[in-house]
Design a binder for this molecule. Sequence first.
Ligand code: IMP
Length: 190
Amino acid sequence: MTLLFATHNDHKVEELNQLLPDSISLISLNDIGCEVEIEETGVSLEENAKIKADFARMKFGLDCFADDSGLEIEALDGAPGVYSARYGGEERDMDKNIQKVWNELKGHQNTRAWFRTVFYLRLEGKEYVFKGRVEGSIIFEKRGTKGFGYDPIFIPKGYQKTFAELGDDIKNKIGHRAIATQSLIKVLGS
Ligand code: IMP
């Protein structure tokens, strides 16, 4: 089956397609020529995933799927959370986002954090929500060149290296999106 993934991020589509069985293939908003940027006005990952899936369902009348993810830091009461992409400013600059995390976390002993993702699926008139989470901690230097976002400052629990050092092989096993994808596959494959 082919399913619309309500995102313009082809990197994400490729990442998820690698995790899905060959029988399921995702296409992006770019693939169907949709240039509209869906505004993420929700105050939670759950709300934003639903907004994106509902938009695509209404506009194109297709079954579809959307996601929203973020980094949540315990000592910062869950920030940057839903604002992860623009924590350091509307220009969505990752260097500024990371610098702000370091500034806010300065002086805290507790560096516990986790990535969380929410998938929202609209399929044949039904709605499904799937969640994934990976625990870890924040470090005060950047390490590694793989991945994206906060990967260079996040060490997953049980490892000594950051996600940016570990790379996709590990992320595809223990990562937040990988975990949510397992639940997605169960529904799509059934
Ligand atoms: P999105 O909803 O998946 O686009 O994620 C929003 C923001 O959360 C991204 O711009 C990143 O800053 C951060 N983020 C989400 N997933 C990851 C990840 O796997 N590694 C690093 N940062 C992430």
